[in-house]
Design a protein around this ligand. Sequence first.
Ligand code: GRF
Length: 219
Amino acid sequence: MTDVVNQETIEPWELISPPVETVDLTLPQRLRLGVLASGSGSNFAAIAQAIAAQTLNAQIQVLIYNNPQAKAAERATQYHVPTVLLNHRHYPHREDLDGEIVKIFKAHNVEWVVMAGWMRIVTAVLLEAYGDRVLNIHPSLLPSFPGIHGVEQALAAGVKITGCTVHFADLEVDSGPIIMQAAVPILPTDTAETLHARIQIQEHRIYPQAIALAAKLKP
Ligand code: GRF
């Protein structure tokens, strides 16, 4: 390890986010994760790959998804992770959905809840069951631009740098103590799609590391 920063080779975002490689993220015991996803599941895949590559000492016990079309479910099957579809439209209250999630996670012996593109608002039912072991990822540098249009809002605001954040979840949307962030410069030619694609590269890099860091912070 060196504390000399080579300004010529460092990537722009490394000047802002801490050099996470210098933090020891090895875990003494295997974390049992329950993942919640609504969409394409690229973050699910990044976590599953980190586990397969043995850079994250964890196991995904189960994936719960709420949208029958979610590609995340296909990815889970590829990684031999059990999946459960809980269609939120069948639950009149958010608390009912979260109660079912808790039941399934407990049945699968889950100790950490990982929201990976979960497009539902979390309630006290989930947070009370899992305390501070509920993680979320968001495509902006929180507390700027929470909500579902974080990428578009950063572009519209004209900021020059945005990024992604992994944080402990609380009852507010995209809020809670920050675990790890990565910054992404916004280019003059960016559209929401090109910018989100570059943010996702960073999401996939930091989410597995942030899970390990969270476990170090709250063993
Ligand atoms: C990510 O950009 C994440 O930050 C946000 O939803 C997106 C999910 O992407 N919460 P994917 O389904 O993991 O590809």
